[in-house]
Design a protein around this ligand. Structure first.
Ligand code: TYD
Length: 207
């Protein structure tokens, strides 16, 4: 199997982490090497973003949008942690979030056209082989976030999640041309969701 670049998008609480772990286990079980990664990254750009999301420091929403785009460039090109490097080394790269998250989350605060242009470089450099969107009613997403008991981050209120969900769908429509995007019902149990994801990957690799 050629190294695949798979992106998992979804609302907060949609089960991305569980699905990413299950997918990694499945691929590794077949002897395939995987590199798991996420945005915001663990690089300095990503750490700065996390401090803003956790209300430790304040920044203009347009600065946040620009920081996400900058973090994404690091995520692509970093000499050791970068996704381009990992793919070149033969790893499947599974990323939690990529540029559709920026279109979905930042478009409430800044011009969507400007956000799209900030992210065009990433789209041209490395579009995902497959993007999965774990789709979930915001009310369920909120329940799961609350059950997790973690401090509420900047984007985690039900009203905001509803807006973000709609924005994701719009982003796939307007910024998803030429891409392989699959909307997955994330309200079912983890095993069924994982099977739905796996059948798409099987179809893709059978081509
Ligand atoms: P993440 O760690 O994936 O949160 P969770 O595990 O709760 O889903 O992402 C942190 C937050 O960053 C999340 O609320 C979404 C937000 N985000 C953006 O606003 N824009 C972006 O481009 C990305 C990648 C994430």
């Amino acid at each position: 199997m050629n190294p695949l670049f798979i992106v998992i998008e979804g609302l907060d609480g949609s089960g991305k982490t569980t699905q990413i772990d299950m997918l990694r286990d499945r691929l590794q079980g077949m002897g395939q090497a995987c590199h798991l990664t996420a945005e915001p990254t663990e690089l300095p750009t990503g750490k700065l973003i996390r401090s803003i999301l956790q209300h430790e420091i304040e920044a203009d929403p347009r600065t946040v949008a620009a920081l996400f785009a900058a973090d994404r460039i690091e995520h692509l090109h970093h000499p050791t942690e970068g996704m381009l490097h990992q793919l070149a080394e033969g790893y499947h790269v599974i990323a939690s979030r990529y540029y559709f998250s920026s279109l979905a989350y930042q478009s409430e605060f800044a011009d969507p056209g400007w956000i799209a242009s900030l992210n065009m470089l990433a789209k041209r450099t490395l579009p995902a082989d497959i993007t999965f969107f774990l789709d979930l009613e915001p009310a369920i997403s909120m329940e799961r976030i609350e059950a997790r008991g973690a401090a509420t981050e900047l984007f985690e209120t039900q009203e905001k999640l509803a807006h973000v969900r709609e924005s994701f769908h719009l982003a796939f429509e307007h910024f998803g041309d030429g891409e392989n995007i699959h909307i997955i019902d994330a309200s079912t149990d983890p095993v069924s969701i994982s099977e739905a994801i796996w059948s798409v990957i099987e179809d893709h690799t059978a081509d």
